[in-house]
Write a protein that binds this ligand. Structure first.
Ligand SMILES: NC(=O)c1ccc[n+]([C@@H]2O[C@H](COP(=O)([O-])OP(=O)(O)OC[C@H]3O[C@@H](n4cnc5c(N)ncnc54)[C@H](OP(=O)(O)O)[C@@H]3O)[C@@H](O)[C@H]2O)c1
Length: 334
């Protein structure tokens, strides 16, 4: 298949003063360099995409760039001997929509090193419902398991539970036999989170404790999407030798802590960065997502499918906390 001459792309122009984003017709020569050209079928909407597309935070380190930190599709041209036309593949993070044109366009041109073969038991759309959010949840769990987080140690807390990372974290932990406590600020999310496997659902503000250096030890471990005071409270109320994966900043980026949780209880604070995850680990996590971590409830977590032209509205709704689960972007027909 010969890539078409011009195709639609959701492009972001960001400078110190302003961010402008919208659909433009581009050609292959305008895309960042790479040895593989992919016909993009699907992408997704992550918190970071919404920040980049609205300019609410400075995500792009080059401008303009095609947005979209995730993409899945079919190889149409390759000068790498590792990929051939017809291969179904995905790319997540790796600098997409930060320093390299991303997945919100009919085609992407990327280095072969960044490409992950589509796991055998996932379709292209399933891979993008999972996307960076599901990948990051799986990465957290993998890191916690490597640090000896066992189901029998007790309840694992997930904050920001109804979001993309949170939904997959709840579901994947439950599938592995962990007792999951989901903390949410979304009214009416109780049934959804229990269906994904949460044994208990608590209100967002129930996580926060006072300012004591150590709080009552409640959680055997945690995946925190919120940051700020929430993260501080979670670490201070984690049981001895528990693992807290720090993922997100939905509630703030700075936090205060003493060393007490670490040196008295042996709590581990695990930093999770999906964007620059080493490629061998990235491939391993995706393999797990197609095997033992394959989410059984992908369709329940899928909130809606949108097209490139819908992105500005979706970004606003996501940042206003009006979306539960994951938004899939159908690029092929946009
Ligand atoms: N480190 C990494 O590699 C990585 C990768 C992916 C995402 N992230 C980060 O992880 C977070 C979640 O990403 P996502 O794509 O899952 O976003 P999302 O779908 O928008 O989910 C964020 C969730 O956080 C909660 N929340 C929103 N605003 C909040 C506030 N002001 N205070 C407390 N909680 C709030 C909401 O859940 P409830 O209503 O259920 O509380 C919301 O659904 C983001 O901060 C994102 O930047 C990091």
């Amino acid at each position: 298949m010969t890539p078409m001459k011009r195709f639609p792309a959701f492009r972001i122009h960001a400078d110190e003063a302003d961010t402008r984003a919208g659909i433009e017709l581009v050609d292959l020569e305008q895309l960042s360099d790479g040895d593989v050209i992919i016909r993009v079928h699907y992408s997704s909407v992550n918190y970071k995409d919404a920040l980049a597309g609205t300019g609410k935070a400075r995500i792009l380190r080059r401008s303009p760039l095609v947005g979209g930190i995730d993409l899945a599709g079919e190889v149409v041209m390759s000068s790498s001997n590792r990929f051939a036309p017809g291969d179904t593949v995905l790319v997540n993070g790796s600098g997409l929509s930060e320093v390299h044109d991303g997945g919100y366009a009919g085609y992407a041109r990327v280095p072969a090193d960044w490409i992950v073969p589509l796991p055998a038991k996932l379709n292209l759309d399933e891979a993008m419902i999972i996307g960076t959010a599901g990948f990051t949840a799986a990465l957290c769990i993998h890191m916690m398991q490597q640090n000896h987080q066992l189901p029998e140690a007790g309840p694992v807390l997930v904050t920001g539970a109804s979001g993309g990372v949170g939904s997959f974290a709840v579901h994947l932990l439950a599938r592995l036999g962990y007792e999951v406590v989901a903390a949410t600020g979304t009214p009416g999310a109780d049934g959804y989170l229990r269906k994904l496997g949460a044994q208990e659902v608590i209100a967002r503000d129930e996580v926060e404790i006072g300012r004591d250096l150590l709080g009552k030890a409640r959680w055997a471990g945690a995946i925190d999407n919120v940051g700020g005071k929430t993260l501080s409270s979670v670490v201070r109320s984690t049981r001895p030798w528990g693992n807290v994966a720090s993922v997100g900043i939905a509630g703030g980026s700075s936090f205060q802590l003493s060393t007490m949780p670490f040196i008295i209880r042996g709590v581990n604070l695990l930093g999770v960065s999906s964007s620059n995850c080493p490629q061998s680990l990235r491939r391993h996590i995706w393999e797990r997502l197609g095997e033992d971590l394959r989410p059984g409830q992908i369709r329940s977590i899928h909130a809606q499918t949108v097209y490139l032209e819908d992105l500005p509205d979706v970004f606003t709704r996501l940042l206003n906390n009006e979306i539960r689960g994951r938004v899939l972007v159908k690029v092929l027909d946009s």
